[in-house]
Design a protein around this ligand. Structure first.
Ligand SMILES: [Zn+2]
Length: 105
């Protein structure tokens, strides 16, 4: 880790916020700050390492990964854990300034 990885916000959805996917999956979603591609990685950090910060459970240490599109490394931090749709909406309102423009789904 060289400390120069560009950072991007990650989202780890659980419970009601993750009903649209396999409940066995435990992943972190992010948008690559280099090329704008959406990425997903398996969550590696224990949930106990997440702390309540700014109204959300967050992992402020984050995880380092590599974009599958442009192959550049990036740091996913903070990783915000979201449990339901209300939290998801609140997250989008709070973090929208930090998130790169993403086309609506
Ligand atoms: Zn990329």
């Amino acid at each position: 880790m060289d400390g120069r990885n560009i950072e991007t916000v990650g989202v780890r959805r659980t419970g009601w916020a993750a009903l649209d996917r396999d409940p066995q999956e435990d992943t972190v979603d992010y948008t690559c700050p280099h090329c704008g591609s959406r990425g997903r990685k398996n969550a590696r950090r224990e949930r106990a390492l997440y702390h309540f910060t700014d109204g959300f459970l967050q992992d402020l240490q984050g995880e380092v990964t590599q974009c599958r599109s442009c192959h550049q490394s990036l740091r996913v931090v903070p990783v915000v854990m979201l449990h339901d749709q209300d939290e998801t909406r609140r997250f989008e309102a709070v973090f929208s300034e930090e998130l790169p423009a993403v086309p609506a789904q």
